[in-house]
Design a protein. Structure first.
Length: 135
């Protein structure tokens, strides 16, 4: 009986007794699973690193600092879920921090501080400390 309760506890809480991470269907999509679309999307993907609802630390192969450096620079940031599109989350983040890119081919979208982080501090706090930031 006791062994059964322990197994049930571990099943619910994970192998180390910590809660299992909660994520929505459509999250945890990696670049190699990206699919093409005909039209550029204008809102962040389900697990875009720039979206407030993103999983803490889900940044792919780049660190939080590398993402900040790229998005505050002139880098062309591709979407990790749509293979032939630019990252809408990065474009909105750039609008939120008043970063305008020099090149016309880079995606430009309107500011949205409710859906996307409004500062590098918020981005770093969310992805490095695991602190949920809501507005």
């Amino acid at each position: 009986m006791r062994l059964q309760r322990i197994k049930e506890y571990l099943r619910k809480r994970g192998s180390m007794g910590r809660p299992k991470p909660k994520f929505s269907p459509g999250q945890l999509i990696t670049f190699d699973k990206a699919r093409p679309r005909k039209k550029q999307h204008t809102s962040p993907c389900s697990d875009c690193p720039f979206a407030r609802k993103s999983l803490h630390g889900w940044l792919g192969r780049m660190s939080a600092e590398e993402w900040i450096e790229a998005v505050h620079g002139e880098a062309l940031i591709d979407c990790h879920t749509i293979s032939n599109q630019q990252c809408a989350g990065a474009a909105i983040y750039r609008a939120n921090v008043c970063k305008s890119c020099r090149f016309d081919f880079q995606l430009k979208l309107a500011s949205d501080k409710i859906t996307v982080f409004a500062s590098p501090f918020e981005f770093l706090l969310h992805h490095k400390n695991g602190t949920l930031i809501t507005r």
